[in-house]
Design a protein around this ligand. Structure first.
Ligand code: F7E
Length: 325
């Protein structure tokens, strides 16, 4: 039975990945942070048979201890402070967790391998946010990185550190440059879920408007369930490498609003939307669109869920959740 350790197990991707690995017969371990974490029960209910181990990405010795207990064949480093807007308010903490946390995890994994790098494979959750002020359209693995937020800068550090461990120590360490990926499990602070939840509440008469920031930004949005499959595929390759994972389509926040209100059969979304500078960012990433041709060619990976299907899935799930309250 192969063994996997996932950091960021309480997040959207952690849960989808744990389900995928469970279905493939893995023994799954999750790193969980803090004392009496309120998400502990949720993870255990969602992923039967999972073992949760306490540790923190900012504490190398805790990572060494967790690795020695889990004895993983594969390590998936998904843990991070992942909300871009928050990263300006907590730049130093974001740097410690999202940036230096990667180094800590790589170093703990290297020590765990104890000179035999073939013992373990490593996945790093890199991000399209690293492209920031984009220098090429669409963005590919070799596109110059130009991050526009403390989060983006921290992800660039983690990305290059992963490459560096591969080149310095011969570690099987791969980096997935994942574009935005969403699902009914997405946190409500992110724009897709904020909108799907609000649309459901508007439909049910529980709310009458939605307050947003920049409506012009464009993102390449895919389904998280499809994207975790790419993570696993990367670690099954003979050689470690970096891959862009995206749909190759881009949509503005306005397109997203239109699709979400359409899915709930509400006409004229503009009547319900108000803009507030409170939700504008100090620097914006205006346009993201990825080219995942390499992932298709080498991994045989392609997204399955379309933008429209994704938005409808999220609105339907929020309608069911809000009506059950
Ligand atoms: O913002 C605009 C906002 O917070 C998307 C993370 O998973 O993907 C995610 O980062 C866009 C931005 O995601 C609101 O200005 C407008 O242009 O959903 P988001 P993100 O910043 O793209 C990358 C790949 C990651 O790696 C990150 O971890 O939507 N926007 N009005 C708004 N965004 C939010 N959150 N709230 C608003 O009211």
């Amino acid at each position: 039975m192969p063994r996997a350790l996932i950091t960021g197990i309480t997040g959207q991707d952690g849960l989808y990945l744990a389900e995928l690995l469970n279905s493939k017969g893995y023994e799954v371990f999750g790193l969980i942070r803090g004392q009496n974490n309120p998400k502990f029960a949720l993870v255990q209910e969602t992923i039967p048979g999972i073992t949760l181990l306490t540790g923190d990405l900012t504490d190398v010795s805790s990572l060494v201890r967790v690795l020695s207990i889990a004895q993983p064949d594969e390590v998936y480093n998904l843990g991070a402070i992942s909300f871009v807007a928050y990263s300006w308010e907590n730049a130093s903490l974001t740097t410690d967790v999202t940036g230096k946390g990667v180094l800590n995890m790589l170093e703990a994994t290297r020590l765990y391998a104890a000179g035999d790098v073939s013992k373990v494979r490593f996945y790093q959750a890199s991000s399209s946010e690293m492209f920031g002020k984009v220098q090429q359209v669409p963005q590919r693995e070799e596109t110059l990185l130009w991050p526009r937020s403390p989060y983006g800068v921290a992800k660039v550090f983690g990305h290059y550190m992963t490459i560096n461990y591969r080149e310095s120590y011969g570690m099987h360490a791969s980096s997935g440059i994942l574009f935005n990926h969403e699902s009914p499990r997405r946190g409500p602070e992110f724009v897709t879920r904020k909108i799907s939840q609000a649309v459901a509440r508007i439909k049910l008469g529980l709310q009458d408007e939605i307050v947003l920031g920049n409506l012009d930004a464009k993102r390449d949005w895919g389904f998280a369930g499809d994207y975790v499959e790419a993570m696993w595929l990367m670690l099954q390759q003979p050689e470690a490498d970096d891959y862009v994972i995206s749909t190759g389509e881009t949509h503005s926040i306005e397109d997203l609003l239109e699709a979400a209100f359409d899915a709930a059969e509400i006409a004229d979304w503009r009547k319900y939307v108000r803009q507030d500078p409170r939700f504008m960012r100090p620097a914006e990433v205006d346009l993201l669109i990825g080219d995942s041709a390499k992932a298709e060619r080498v991994l045989g990976w392609k997204p399955k869920v379309s933008f429209k299907e994704l938005v409808a899935m999220m609105v339907e799930s929020d309608l069911a959740e809000q009506s059950a309250r």
